[in-house]
Write a protein that binds this ligand. Structure first.
Ligand SMILES: [Zn+2]
Length: 452
């Protein structure tokens, strides 16, 4: 079944299609490292008011990991504006994602200049971060071989031949233990000396996640055509090697996110691709094959970010001649998926003096995974349409709860003023009713177009 709101994106797809085809006359090619860097800086030069290139660190061989950011205020987090990221080419020999993300960057810039309403709105309301290559060293190894001669594994790992999608700290084991013991359900602690146990590329990406409050993400791979959602790691070690579905507490949302991509993609949703069948073009990671230390599970367990893994091509290193068709097959999906960052609820948590409260926990009854507010006190919680009981809490404050209805369109605003617990009267007269422990009343907005 297609995700909700299917008709509107379909119409928008037509609109994107007209201008996109005009722009698709530009050259499609594989970009070696220097070409890619030039392409990213060219977008920044073309759209300096909405695009900015920055580096999150260097690869093992010293290549910069460049990110292109799109925002109406590049370089600045604006409260209540969600942060989104796309990561390509973490396996150096899986190159379609890298080319699609370079193309997407050019497309967003061109369409912004052409005053495409949908793209303009996206850039004004979202902070978009695009890392076309997380593994530039591996790419160069694979590209030296070229599309025809490319072996299945040549260039997959980084310069030290480490698979970066098996290189993140393993937080699943701890999560699965906490599930049984009612422990923490979000932002699990990193192991001691984790910095020494990861590759430079992984280190750079983890620091990136620490510095930006990402809400939604996808990492782009190749070798199959399917949208894969967490968990990647099986819950029961006895069943490793066999297929067992490992659902997150946000399983329904992840399935919807994956379906958003597969149905907006030219052929992913049809299911039969590359000799494999995936119903609706989506799969739970562990039910396909279990893996440890992957990036998508880490996003969910260590940060506020929901990430899925997109497998986009049967051929890991497609010929240049295949790129225009791939772009047309993925363009609408890339934009539709990005728009998902605006669903659910969002708002601010602040104290009685209007000071923002960061790291406040936002809990949704029935979903055992909290998210936290960022440094500006703003929070984002992806949710499917429905009615929820949501609670905000922070150490030293009285918690505040409310019932909120989420519609299919833009996020519903809920603001949480929290009162210091110490400001509550400790000793009350006989006839006064205690207000200790009574939640303060949050303000709920349902006007989704409102901007702050
Ligand atoms: Zn891969």
């Amino acid at each position: 079944m297609p995700p909700q709101g299917w008709t509107a994106p379909r119409l928008c797809a037509l609109l994107l299609g007209v201008t996109g085809l005009l722009a698709s006359g530009s050259d499609f090619q594989h970009h070696r490292y220097d070409d890619m860097v030039r392409a990213l800086f060219a977008v920044q030069s073309q759209c300096p008011y909405v695009a900015r290139v920055y580096s999150i660190g260097r690869s093992a061989e010293g290549r910069h990991l460049y990110v292109l950011e799109f925002s109406d205020n590049p370089g600045i987090h604006e409260a209540l504006e969600p942060e989104f990221k796309y990561v390509g080419n973490m396996h150096g020999n899986e190159v379609l994602g890298r080319e699609l993300l370079i193309k997407l960057s050019q497309f967003l810039c061109d369409e912004y200049q052409a005053r495409n309403q949908r793209v303009t709105r996206l850039i004004h309301d979202t902070r978009i971060h695009i890392l076309p290559s997380m593994n530039p060293d591996g790419y160069e190894v694979a590209a030296r071989q070229g599309p025809e001669l490319n072996g299945y594994l040549v260039g997959r790992g980084n310069a030290r031949e480490i698979d970066l999608n098996r290189n993140f700290p393993d937080l699943n084991a701890l999560m699965y233990y906490y599930e049984k013991t009612n422990g923490r359900n979000h932002h699990l602690p990193l192991p001691d000396n984790w910095e020494l146990q990861v590759e430079p590329e992984t280190l750079a990406v983890i620091k990136w996640m620490q510095n930006y409050n990402f809400v939604l993400s996808a990492n782009l791979h190749g070798g199959a055509v399917v949208a894969n959602y967490p968990f990647d790691k099986s819950r029961d070690p006895r069943f490793r090697g066999r297929t067992t579905y490992a659902a997150t507490p946000d399983d329904k949302i992840f399935r919807k996110l994956a379906r958003t991509y597969s149905y907006a993609h030219g052929w992913m949703h049809k299911g039969w691709n590359c000799g494999d069948f995936f119903n609706e073009g989506i799969t739970n990671g562990a039910s396909w094959y279990s893996l440890s230390k992957g990036m998508q599970d880490f996003n969910y367990l260590y940060t506020n970010c929901f990430e899925i893994t997109l497998e986009l091509s049967c051929d890991k290193f497609p010929a240049e001649s295949a790129l225009p068709r791939e772009w047309l097959g993925n363009r609408e999906a890339l934009v539709s998926y990005l728009e998902q960052v605006h669903h659910g609820i969002k708002g601010m948590v602040y104290d009685e003096n209007n000071n923002p409260i960061s790291k406040a926990e936002i809990s949704v009854a029935g979903i055992n995974h909290d998210v936290t507010s960022g440094v500006d006190g703003d929070y984002f919680r992806l949710l499917l349409p429905g009615t929820y009981t949501v609670k905000a809490s922070a150490p030293g404050y009285l918690p505040s709860a409310s019932t909120v209805t989420v519609g299919p369109a833009e996020a519903t605003f809920i603001f949480y003023p929290l009162r210091h617990a110490s400001l509550q009267p400790m000793f009350l007269g006989k006839h006064k009713r205690s207000t200790v422990g009574r939640p303060t009343c949050p303000r709920v907005w349902t006007l989704s177009w409102q901007r702050y």
